[in-house]
Design a protein around this ligand. Structure first.
Ligand SMILES: [Zn+2]
Length: 349
C-alpha cells in the first residue's frame, strides 16, 4: 500500500478581511484531519522552522525587517497586496516547518523499504514569490526553496522543482538562478503578476530553468503535453533525486484571480503523471507544497483529487464540474522550449 504523508498548517491568525489569501481557503479540508479521505494518508505533526532553516535561503536583513513589520500589526507591505499581522511571523515559521518536516522524512525514504516517499504539505502562507531579500505576492518565506536548500545540505545531489501555480514562481527561480544542483520548471499564465517567466528568460541555465508561459484558458491538455514532451525528456537528462511540486490551484477555471482553464480532473491526471515520473526517476520521492488557489470549494476538491492520485484512491469529488473552454494549441511554445533546452523533440510534433 502507498503511504502519503501530509501536514496541515492553516495559520488562522494570519488574515486580513477581504483578502483572497485567507484561512477560509482551508476550512473545507479540516474534516480530513479526523477522517482522511483515502487509505494510506497519514497526518504528521510538524514543528516550526528555526532561524537557521530560514537563513539557508533568505538574508538576515530580510528576516529582521519581516520581524519588525509583523511587530507593527496588521498592514500591507506591498501592492500585491501582501499583508502581515502580529501573528504572521510565527505563521511563516510554521508553514516552512510543515514543509521541512515532510521533506526530511521523504528524502530519507526509499520505496524498496516500503517507506513513505510521497507527501503533501498543505500550508499557508504560500511561498514561491518570496526571493532571498523580500517577501512579496502574498508570500512571506519561500517554503519550497527553503526545503530544497535544506535537502541539498543533507546530501541530495540534484533536485527538480515543478511549479504549476498560475503565477510564475519568480522568487524560487531567482533563488536558484545560479545553482546547478536545482532544476526549475514553471508553467504559468502569461502577462500577469509578477511579470516574469518568459520562455527564453534563463538562457544561461539551458536544460535547468525552463519556463512555459501559457495563454488564458489554455486547458487541461497542457498537462499531458508538458509531461510527455518536456518533463519526461528533461528529468531523464537532469537526474534529480527528488521532485518538489509548487502546487498552486489558481489555474482552475473557477478561480477568481486567474484562469488557465484547468479542471479538477486535469489536476488529478497531472498528479498521477508526476507520481509516475517520480517513481521512474527519483525512487518515488515526491513532495507537493501548497501555493495559491483562491476558490475554496474548488481548492479543496483539487487537493482531494491530488491526494486521490497520490494515494491511489478510488474517486474524488468534482462538484465544480468540467471546463467548457476549447483547448488552446501550444505546440509552437513546446517546440521552442525543446529547441532552447536541447530536449529531444518527440516525433509527434
Ligand atoms: Zn498564484
Amino acid at each position: 500500500m502507498v503511504t502519503v504523508i501530509c501536514t496541515f498548517v492553516d495559520s488562522p491568525a494570519h488574515k486580513m478581511a477581504g483578502h483572497p489569501e485567507h484561512p477560509q481557503r482551508f476550512n473545507l479540508m479540516k474534516a480530513w484531519l479526523e477522517k482522511p479521505p483515502y487509505k494510506g494518508i497519514e497526518w504528521i505533526e510538524s514543528v516550526p522552522a528555526i532561524n537557521e532553516d530560514i537563513l539557508r535561503v533568505h538574508s538576515s536583513e530580510m528576516l529582521l525587517s519581516l520581524r519588525i513589520a509583523c511587530s507593527m500589526g496588521l498592514h500591507e507591505i506591498d501592492s500585491a497586496p501582501t499583508f502581515v499581522t502580529g501573528d504572521s511571523f510565527d505563521a511563516a515559521f510554521a508553514a516552512v516547518g510543515g514543509v521541512l518536516t515532510l521533506s526530511r522524512r521523504i528524502q530519507n525514504g526509499t520505496r524498496k523499504m516500503d517507506e513513505a516517499t510521497r507527501g503533501f504539505a498543505i500550508v499557508r502562507p504560500p511561498g514561491h514569490h518570496a526571493d532571498s531579500d523580500e517577501s512579496m505576492g502574498f508570500c512571506l518565506f519561500n517554503n519550497t526553496a527553503i526545503a530544497v536548500a535544506d535537502a541539498l545540505t543533507k546530501g541530495l545531489k540534484k533536485i527538480a522543482i515543478i511549479d504549476f501555480d498560475a503565477h510564475h514562481g519568480n522568487g524560487t527561480e531567482s533563488i536558484f538562478w545560479d545553482e546547478p544542483r536545482v532544476g526549475y520548471f514553471s508553467l504559468h499564465q502569461e502577462r500577469i503578476y509578477p511579470g516574469s517567466g518568459f520562455l527564453d528568460e534563463a538562457r544561461h541555465a539551458k536544460g535547468r530553468i525552463i519556463n512555459l508561459p501559457l495563454p488564458l484558458k489554455a486547458g487541461d491538455t497542457v498537462f499531458a503535453d508538458v509531461c510527455e514532451k518536456i518533463l519526461n525528456p528533461w528529468l531523464a537528462e537532469f537526474h534529480p533525486e527528488m521532485l518538489f511540486v509548487s502546487a498552486g490551484f489558481d489555474g482552475h477555471f473557477s478561480d477568481p484571480l486567474t484562469s488557465l482553464g484547468f479542471s479538477t480532473q486535469g489536476y488529478y491526471q497531472f498528479a498521477k503523471e508526476l507520481a509516475a515520473l517520480a517513481d521512474k526517476y527519483c525512487d518515488g520521492r515526491l513532495l507537493f507544497i501548497m501555493e495559491g488557489g483562491y476558490a475554496p470549494l474548488a481548492l479543496s476538491e483539487n487537493i482531494q483529487a491530488v491526494l486521490c492520485a497520490l494515494a491511489e484512491g478510488d474517486s474524488y469529488p468534482n462538484s465544480s464540474g468540467n471546463c467548457s473552454y476549447k483547448p488552446v494549441d501550444i505546440d509552437e511554445r513546446i517546440k521552442k522550449i525543446c529547441s532552447l533546452h536541447d530536449l529531444k523533440i518527440p516525433s509527434i510534433l
